[in-house]
Design a protein around this ligand. Structure first.
Ligand code: GRF
Length: 192
């Protein structure tokens, strides 16, 4: 099967990236990771990717002070050079400018730890607990200009228990993220 070359963009530990690495290792999975990129040269996920034999690249945003677009132009050039067709943001902690978003419109996915449109932004687990919600989850969506907006591709739900802490809830959601992202990407690619 022809595997679509994708890039995974991370800023930290990269457990979702790892779930995508495992999925892409399957012969029948429709994507291959051609590049793992980070804005943070110290992201632990970069080492995970290297150990998996993947090409990695760090483009430190601190080298582009007050120039988000300049940083994104460097990212975009690296993506083009690697022949990337689809981007998966996986814990990429930079807000993107309209420059990169428009360049990759309809071809950039993100995973977010809430049932969007509920709780865009940070601290989603604590916010769901504070609100007294009984259900929480995660969302894979296409990236548009608004933060954590954009058409929803797929969601997974988990129950909230009475004794949950933000940490216990985060780990229940994360387990689902690792199933959801590969499934959503595969489904997305089958429709493109
Ligand atoms: C995940 O919870 C993801 O939903 C959010 O950031 C976290 C990244 O975790 N966007 P990891 O780096 O994939 O382990």
């Amino acid at each position: 099967m022809t595997k679509t070359p994708i890039a995974v963009l991370i800023s930290g530990r990269g457990s979702n990236m790892n779930a995508l690495i495992e999925a892409c290792a399957r012969p029948d999975y429709p994507a291959r990771i051609a590049l793992v990129m980070s804005n943070n040269p110290d992201a632990p996920g970069l080492e995970t990717a290297r150990l998996a034999g993947l090409t990695t690249l760090a483009i430190d945003h601190r080298l582009f002070p007050r120039d988000r677009e300049g940083h994104e132009k460097a990212i975009d050039a690296a993506l083009a050079e690697a022949g990337i067709e689809v981007i998966c943001l996986a814990g990429y902690m930079r807000v993107l400018t309209p420059y990169l978003v428009s360049r990759w419109k309809g071809r950039m996915l993100n995973i977010h730890p809430s049932l969007l449109p509920a709780y865009p932004g940070l601290d989603t687990h604590a916010r769901a607990l504070e609100a007294g919600d009984t259900e929480h989850g995660c969302t894979v969506h296409l990236v548009t200009d608004g933060v954590d907006e954009g058409p929803i591709l797929r969601q997974a739900r988990v129950p909230i228990h009475g004794d949950d802490t933000p940490q216990s809830l985060a780990s229940r959601v994360l387990e689902q993220e690792h199933v959801l992202y590969p499934a959503a990407l595969s489904e997305f690619l089958s429709h493109t």
